[in-house]
Write a protein that binds this ligand. Structure first.
Ligand code: ZN
Length: 438
């Protein structure tokens, strides 16, 4: 074995754990089906508690200390739809690092176009079909089976392994990982390495994601008679000045910025800006005859995705600078910017212990080097690195990224078995190491 962080695991132990995972193949399929049969659709957050309790029962049966943690007071948390999370911890009884697996139990709606029932976990041609199989109940099941094989082999000799099932990832993760992180569940004194088994393909490691800034821009003018627009100040025309500056200056500048983050698809290696919605003038929906007025308000929602090389203050400042120039075009214009949501980019370095160890086992098992990727959009890693400050965190899981949120979503059974082996071997090696980087 090369110089792995940790690494002093006898090859016979790893081989026996792999044999146990092969023997648990049917259990892995059954576990995936079982999780898919909870229709944990978000929104509104159906069946969260039943699914979290079911995972909690499995964890307790296998010897974990289990906690159910409700994201109380977080967005959408109600008694009808409680934001219920589950977390289980297996202690070796000897000091050592902690490896944590985190998976979101929420799924998006099934939508149209299915040829199989979306919440039954139909098994066909070596695949399990259903909403959430790929994103990401197959990944959670693979992590559970990896843990089970380690426990059967009595190979948890030091440190701890944790597994959490959390809610609301699809809607920002505030009542899920965000809540747990703020409560201290991802503090550095508790957790050293975090693997999120999101569907990134079983031979790829996702190091992190770009940053995001959502904001609403309101351009303000002055109302006037529509027959004498020269006596008012049109907020729509004011917004037009701003849009022209975006087209002529900012969008080309963003397109010219390139990150060292290995984002896929490659277009996401540039900074981007989406104009999410725009509205000016008479309220919509609009029936009947319009009032002849000059619009004194125009609102634009922007979705700016930024790179690890960019600074959030500068991202905001360059928008403000263009708004100032648009405003200066005509007396009586003004603007306001309301921040909606913001997360900084996060990326675990390729040299980090978790990445190196995953790379090694992916190469061993797949016979080719692991590919490193980064995500265009954010996922729960943002909460873990921001509130928890755990720096050794990546996404690694069995599903195929392109199938997420699609009709007839599926996860490959061989892929789940392979990634369970990668996760188990990686965990055993990391537990022998000294923890996360300083
Ligand atoms: Zn996901």
């Amino acid at each position: 074995m090369p110089d792995l962080p940790g690494g002093s695991v006898p090859p016979e132990t790893i081989a026996r754990v792999f044999q146990r995972i092969d023997a648990l193949r049917e259990d892995l399929v059954a576990l995936t089906q079982r999780l898919v049969r909870f229709p944990t659709i978000n929104p509104p957050g159906d069946a969260y508690e039943a699914c979290a309790r079911d995972i909690g029962d499995w964890l307790a049966r296998h010897g974990a200390v289990v906690q159910l943690v409700r994201g109380e007071g977080e967005p959408d948390d109600t008694d009808l739809h409680p934001r219920m999370n589950v977390i289980g911890r297996f202690e070796a009884g000897q000091p050592g690092p902690c490896v944590h697996f985190n998976g979101h139990i929420d799924v998006v709606e099934a939508g149209l176009g299915w040829t199989v029932p979306p919440f039954e976990g139909v098994v066909k041609d070596g695949r399990v079909y259903g909403r959430g199989t790929c994103d990401m109940k197959g990944g959670i099941a693979a992590a559970m089976i990896a843990i089970e094989a380690i426990l059967q082999e009595k190979a948890l000799s030091c440190g701890a392994i944790e597994l959490s099932g959390t809610v609301d990832e699809e809607s920002g993760g505030f009542g899920g990982v965000g809540y747990l992180a703020r409560q201290g569940y991802f503090n550095r004194d508790r957790v050293d390495h975090v693997i999120i088994p999101e569907p990134l393909n079983p031979d790829r490691v996702c190091l992190g994601h770009r940053g995001v800034w959502w904001a609403e821009i309101e351009m303000r003018g002055q109302i006037g008679h529509g027959a004498m627009p020269f006596l008012g100040v049109s907020a729509i025309r004011g917004m037009g000045h701003f849009l022209r500056l975006l087209e002529d200056e900012l969008l080309p500048a963003l397109g010219a910025r390139v990150t060292r983050m290995p984002c896929v698809p490659a277009g996401a290696r540039h900074a981007t800006l989406n104009l999410n919605s725009i509205h000016g003038g008479q309220p919509e929906p609009f029936n009947g005859l319009p009032a002849p007025v000059v619009a004194d308000r125009c609102r634009l929602v922007i979705d700016r995705r930024y790179l690890i090389e960019e600074n959030p203050d500068e991202v905001r400042a360059e928008i403000i600078a263009l708004l100032e120039r648009a405003k200066a075009r005509e007396a009586g214009l003004d603007f306001a910017v309301r921040d909606i949501m913001s997360f900084t980019p996060t990326m675990t370095e390729p040299e980090a212990p978790l990445v190196q160890t995953l790379d090694h086992w992916i190469e061993q098992l797949f016979g080719r080097p692991a590919e490193h990727v980064a995500s265009p959009g954010t996922y729960d890693q943002k909460h873990i690195t921001r509130f928890g400050a755990v720096r050794d965190c990546v996404a690694y899981g069995p599903g195929i990224l392109d199938l997420a949120h699609q009709p007839d979503e599926w996860v490959g059974i061989d892929d789940m078995v392979m990634s369970a082996k990668v996760m188990a071997a990686t965990t055993l090696c990391l537990l022998q190491g000294s923890g996360q980087p300083a």
